[in-house]
Design a protein around this ligand. Sequence first.
Ligand SMILES: O=C(O)CCC(=O)C(=O)O
Ligand SMILES: [Fe+2]
Length: 272
Amino acid sequence: MRSASRHATDGPLDLGRSFTPADDDAELAHFLAEAGYLHLRGWFPREWMDEIAADMDRARPGYARGDGRSWWARTAAGEDRCVRMQYFDEHSAAVRELLASDAFARIGRLLEGGYEARTEGNRIEALDKPIGVVEGISDVPWHKDCSLGMHSYRCCGLTVGISVTGADARSGQLRVVAGSHRALVQPAFLRRDCDLPVVDLPTGTGDVTVHASCTLHMAQPPVERERKVCYTGFGLPPRGEAGDAQRRAAAAIGTVREAAYTTVSQAPGHVG
Ligand SMILES: O=C(O)CCC(=O)C(=O)O
Ligand SMILES: [Fe+2]
């Protein structure tokens, strides 16, 4: 008789499952290891999200196109919008409190290996998601975060998305390919013959998405309502001499990444 002690690590995963702070870490870790992502519901207080949203609006005028700390995109309405503010912890006490919280640290403890939060540099990025981007990049199409040469240095990191305003198909949301972190698939585009499940991750305010750096994912462009989200993450500590190589590679690849919004334009996600 197993029913009383049945554990959610038994049997097939329910890929639409979300977890709350009351759930068992072993179940979260199992789901993350198997599926490559997590949806954590009600992880952070709504009041923190309201403060972060207000801090984003206050910080934005301090960023400028070409400052090396932000990404920009032009919209069909003719605006030049700041879509990604890096080093956002410098502008938000609420975000610093979040990064120091046990709820955040708990995510990094889910996997073995001594995952570490970012303690310096660009610790967290705050993203605004305008409707109707026609030039530049705001909603990144299918990719793996550790692609473009970073597999050797960054695998396997964890990306943590903090849903500041909530997100869904109308406001844009994160979509992931379940199990793609364990599959040899092209780290960009989603091939039509890929038979792994695509999972939408609609979130509420204060929810969190977690994905492995090797999980194929994309941001669905908003069509009805803008959204706000912050991205940070955890990584494995560099070991010995690899640390220097990692820093050099990260700097070189970082230069390419930082120019992306001036060299690449996303496919239009919005008609009219
Ligand atoms: O815009 C998003 O929600 C996801 C962004 C993303 O995947 C990335 O910056 O690597
Ligand atoms: Fe990504």
